[in-house]
Design a protein around this ligand. Structure first.
Ligand SMILES: *Cc1c(COP(=O)(O)O)cnc(C)c1O
Length: 388
């Protein structure tokens, strides 16, 4: 028999953490809605005593993501933000963070407007150049947060180079892997200590579940994070855990099509006279095209582009989409294609100065390319561009 650890990721997506149920043979992991577990004697239980500390359905998911990311252990939370805020509690007042400036707007809002009040300061840099991260490190830096590809400019962070810098300064390296998904990129293999996902996006994949997944690569970090997870309580419900297990079973098939559709759309937009610039790591014009090929197995379904005509053009484009094949909405990574205007939507709470420095310009439009017919999607975009 083949050894399970030698299975490829496509097999792990479907099977890891999910043996047939020993009592019934059910192939699909049951949704264990129980909160508590009978003990045969005091403290004599089968690894579960209360569902905040552990639940069998959640555990199947946590074991699955750990295998997918090549991690020591995985944890499931009620949202991506719950995952981030939980592991951020490894820090204490006086500690310092260095973070990618082009990060998800909610990450920036949390670091600036919540965590900063507890005495943990963040310095933002353009982490696509590792030298900027090195220069921002201080003796108090305990955490480096990368996001790659970044939202919404699709810049890359060199995970291997940044991990080396973090470790040289005894800091932990965390990577937001939401845009790539575990199918396209595995940061632990490049040195990251903590990997986190908004599983609301590609992992769930159907815009019907809000969830976060975090993995760590050592038993020590596993114990610390499990302690924080049960102490803080932002765990994922059994039903939502099951939805993610279901989503993961098709992640590879979905991601392949997301990548194919986005590549065609990026190439099409790059030729369009009303578009001044396309940000997509699958285009040879991307400044980090070589790093993209080295670090990722595919370029994902996210891209952004600059409209000729700036803010009015971008707003007109976005609002004209209402009622067509593209949906004007926040979020990303699901089967349906979405348009977003970052400056007025996802990144509205990022300070203007930081937004402009990191390239989130008024004329930037972000696309989450879904799984509809790529010809319909391209015709839809052409129709919208014609109205601007
Ligand atoms: C959505 C998102 C988050 C936050 O996750 P939620 O599930 O919405 O809490 C974090 N990082 C990135 C890159 C995201 O897209």
């Amino acid at each position: 028999m083949q050894k399970r650890e030698d299975y490829r990721i496509e097999t792990h997506l479907i099977h890891a953490g999910q043996d047939p149920d020993p009592t019934t043979g059910a192939v699909i992991t049951p949704i264990h809605t129980t909160t508590t577990y009978a003990q045969a004697g005091i403290g004599e239980h089968k690894g579960f005593d209360y569902s905040r500390a552990g639940n069998p359905t959640r555990k199947a998911l946590e074991d699955n993501i750990a295998v997918l990311e090549g991690a020591h252990r995985g944890f499931a939370f009620a949202s991506g933000m719950a995952g981030l805020t939980t592991f951020a509690h490894m820090l204490k007042a006086g500690d310092h963070i260095v973070a990618e400036e082009n990060a998800y707007g909610g990450t920036v809002r949390y670091l600036n407007m919540v965590l900063a009040n507890f005495g943990v300061k963040t310095t933002y840099v353009d982490a696509s150049n590792p030298k900027n991260v090195e220069a921002a490190m201080t003796s108090a830096t305990r955490l480096v947060i990368a996001e790659t590809p970044t939202n919404p400019n699709l810049k890359l962070n060199d995970i291997k180079a940044l991990s080396e810098i973090a470790h040289k300064h005894s800091a932990l390296m965390a990577v937001d892997n939401t845009f790539a998904s575990p199918y396209l990129q595995n940061p632990h293999k490049l040195g990251a200590d903590i990997v986190f996902h908004s599983a609301t996006k590609y992992i769930g994949g159907h815009s019907d579940v809000l969830a976060g997944l975090v993995t760590v690569n050592t038993p020590e970090l596993g114990d610390r994070l499990h302690f924080l997870q049960k102490s803080m309580g932002g765990v994922l419900s059994p039903f939502d855990s099951w939805l993610l297990l279901r989503g993961l079973k098709t992640l590879h098939v979905r991601m392949q099509r997301h990548c194919e559709n986005a590549q065609k759309i990026a190439e099409h937009l790059a030729r369009h006279p009303k578009v001044t610039k396309v940000n997509y790591p699958g285009l040879p014009s991307h400044p980090q095209y070589e790093l993209a090929k080295r670090q990722m197995r595919g370029m994902s379904g996210m891209l952004s582009f600059e409209m000729k005509g700036g803010l009015p053009a971008a707003k007109k484009f976005a609002t004209a989409s209402v009622g067509g094949v593209w949906t004007l909405a926040e979020s990303l990574g699901a089967v349906e294609s979405l348009i977003c205007h970052p400056v007025t939507m996802t990144h509205a709470s990022v300070p203007k100065e930081q937004r402009e420095r990191s390239g989130v310009t008024d004329g930037l439009v972000r696309l989450s390319v879904g799984l509809e017919s790529v010809d319909d999607l391209i015709e839809g975009l052409d129709g919208l561009l014609a109205k601007v």
